[in-house]
Design a protein around this ligand. Structure first.
Ligand code: BES
Ligand code: ZN
Length: 634
């Protein structure tokens, strides 16, 4: 029998211990358990009483009403004496809740709070471990974007996709939406004729089944326990092309070939990652290229990375994004931040691994460029947050009372990666790699906190004095950037600096030695230009390097920032096109913000945003609405 009083963490660990063919990990020591979990302030769940173990979805998307309708059949594990389970919901309309035999169960939806949504408390059946929630999403569900045919490449069929991270899954699935509560899932998605559904799970074959209304049904199964933010769905006119045996791309038919060409190195990336950090445990690795409103560069949905089409540069120059999302198959998806306060454990580890994969693929000079640019981003983020916001320059955050989105800065990514670079500089690459391999294996399919990770590092990695030399405590729990960060000097970027100097000294743009530059060198060049540049010199750069018409989204983005900064009007048509043709938050939000900083730019920002806003995902509009004080504009 299970002891009556069981801590949340132990329950989660016991319930979710790996069901893989690998042996279950050794029971964590008492010290490990104590530091394994902290309360998740972004979930209403009370996992020490009852936890969701499995979610079974049966959903019908209605593209006219912009709703998903159906049922979530939840398998629950309760501790003795528990009489109710609390789920997270936001903007869901709950129609009925039943037990496995179809008998109605009492339920109550509490008051909704901003971004957290509302707790759904369900009285558990006297016996059995099943509750069936019959529900429907709202057209404004924050996770779901419904695209009109006009917003797709094909222009013929509508499209929908979901984005769960950080706490948006509750807007389309009634479950315990906490990254520390892992769940397996399966789904049946009933789609209009001619469409395909894809999810972050194994596809149940063969496809081609029809339901009683004649609609195609697509079935999925994720038999490994995952945090709910990784449940993901897309439906539309979606084609597929294989790359390798277990890899391929999904995209709208007219984009499939371009995507397959761009991501042709994915098998090499997997091989590199496996060599470094152990077996890829998720079966297939496919990439779904979404329509341009996808708000992120990429999202690490298991078995199926979601990606922006702005990464299709045509020359494979932005595929470090795939290395990044793939790296999450270890850091994030296998070992997961227990709460959003430890988001850096997902993104910092992943950014470090991304550079290691690219190091294997493209060599050290390339990876050093990535690292140096990352280090600049780290310093810029620390600078940006100094003063009143300095607490957010800590890796371990306190997001109580705040939208977790606020904690998702470059600090998590770049300070997080630099923490591991620093540890590497103390213990050496070989020892760090072997530690990481063991860490991912030992904690596979478990939540992780900063304290637990550091305990394990101290136990398994550091020799006496090394933890102090690495200053791990300061790195993780204190603001700012510790002074032992290894300085990264990329020779290639050094050469770019010389060209910048010579241009600043008056040399004509056309005489600069740029012919061998890759995208990263161009990015560094654009970032190193002076703040203020006379129009004639901007025109000269533009003429020499065709920046305004660049097809590379990262280069165009930096050039458009420069153009805004200097009110360089010849680039404004391109700026408007960029803002209205894609909705990646990293690109659109800063451009609106920069425009809005100036008296002349604010009206332009607002007039473009008025048109573009209906085409963006809620993740993007959430940020830009704040920047532009959209409430006051409307
Ligand atoms: N997991 C993130 C995306 C994310 C972050 C979703 C925060 C929700 C909240 C993903 O892995 C990511 O970091 N994407 C980057 C890619 C880049 C760092 C290569 C992006 O979207 O730009
Ligand atoms: Zn990431």
């Amino acid at each position: 029998m299970r002891p009556v009083k069981i801590t949340a963490v132990l329950l989660t660990l016991v319930l979710n211990s790996c069901s893989e063919n690998k042996p279950a990990p050794a029971t964590p020591s008492a010290a490990e358990s104590r530091s394994a979990t902290q309360r998740d302030v972004h979930s209403y769940a009370e996992p020490d009483k009852a936890v969701v173990q499995h979610v079974s979805l049966d959903l019908v998307p209605d593209f006219d009403a912009r709703k998903l309708t159906g049922t979530a059949n939840l398998t629950i594990k309760r501790s003795p004496g528990a009489s109710a389970i609390v789920l997270d919901t936001r903007d869901l309309s709950i129609k009925q809740v039943k037990d496995a035999s179809g008998a109605a169960l009492m339920f109550n939806t509490g008051a909704a709070k901003e971004f957290l949504g509302a707790p759904l408390t369900i009285t558990l059946p006297a016996s059995g471990d099943t509750v069936v929630v019959e529900y429907e999403t709202s057209p404004g569900a924050a996770a779901v974007q419904w695209l009109s045919p006009q917003q797709t490449a094909g222009k013929k069929m509508p499209f929908l996709f979901t984005q769960g991270e950080a706490i948006l899954t509750r807007t389309w699935v009634p479950t315990q939406d906490s990254p520390g509560i892992r769940q397996t899932y399966d789904a049946a998605i009933h789609v209009p004729a001619g469409m395909r559904a894809v999810m972050s799970a194994d596809h149940v074959l063969p496809e081609g089944e029809k339901d009683s209304s004649g609609r195609p049904v697509f079935r999925f199964k994720m038999d490994k326990p995952i945090p709910p933010y990784l449940i993901a769905l897309a439906v539309g006119d979606i084609g597929f092309k294989a790359i390798g045996k277990n890899t391929g791309v999904y995209a709208e038919p007219s984009v499939v070939q371009r995507a397959a060409d761009e991501f042709g190195e994915v098998d090499q990336m997997i091989a590199a990652a496996e060599k470094l950090y152990g077996t890829y445990r998720w079966g297939r690795y496919d990439i779904l290229v979404l329509p341009p409103s996808f708000p992120f560069g990429g999202m690490e949905n298991p078995t199926l990375t979601f990606a922006t089409p702005t990464v299709l540069a045509g020359d494979r120059s932005l595929v470090n994004l795939v290395a990044h999302e793939l790296a999450h198959s270890w850091s994030g998806n296998l070992v997961t931040n227990a709460t959003w306060d430890d988001f850096w454990l997902n993104e910092g580890f992943t950014t470090y691994i991304e550079s290691r994969i690219m190091d294997e693929l493209r060599g050290k000079p390339y990876a050093d460029m990535l690292r140096q640019i990352g280090q600049q981003d780290m310093r810029a983020a620390a600078e940006d947050l100094k003063g009143a916001k300095a607490a957010d320059t800590r890796l371990h955050l306190d997001l109580t009372g705040r939208d977790p989105d606020e904690g998702m800065t470059d600090i998590a990514y770049e300070k997080g990666a630099n923490f591991l670079e620093t540890v590497e500089s103390v213990v050496g690459r070989e020892r760090l790699d072997s530690f990481l391999r063991d860490y991912f294996d030992h904690f596979a399919f478990q939540p992780m906190t900063s304290a637990r990770m550091l305990d394990y590092m101290k136990e398994k990695l550091f020799q006496p004095g090394e933890a102090e030399r690495a200053k791990v405590q300061a790195w993780v729990f204190e603001p700012g950037i510790p002074d032992n960060v290894p300085s990264i000097k990329s020779a290639a970027l050094g050469a770019v600096d010389l060209q910048v100097d010579s241009w600043k000294g008056g040399a004509a743009a056309s005489t600069l030695a740029t012919s061998k530059w890759s995208t990263l060198e161009w990015m560094h060049f654009l970032r190193a230009l002076p703040e203020t540049i006379p129009e004639a010199r901007l025109a000269e750069l533009d003429k020499a390097f065709k920046l305004t018409s660049s097809g590379n989204s990262e280069i165009l983005f930096l050039w458009l920032k420069t153009a805004i900064h200097n009110r360089y009007q010849p680039a404004f048509a391109s700026l408007e096109r960029f803002l209205t043709s894609q909705g990646r938050r990293k690109f659109v939000a800063p451009l609106y913000a920069d425009l809005a900083k100036t008296e002349w730019g604010r009206p332009l920002a607002i007039s473009i945003y008025k048109r573009a806003r209906p085409t963006y995902h809620s993740v993007a509009t959430g940020t830009i609405d704040q920047t532009l004080k959209w409430n006051e504009v409307k």
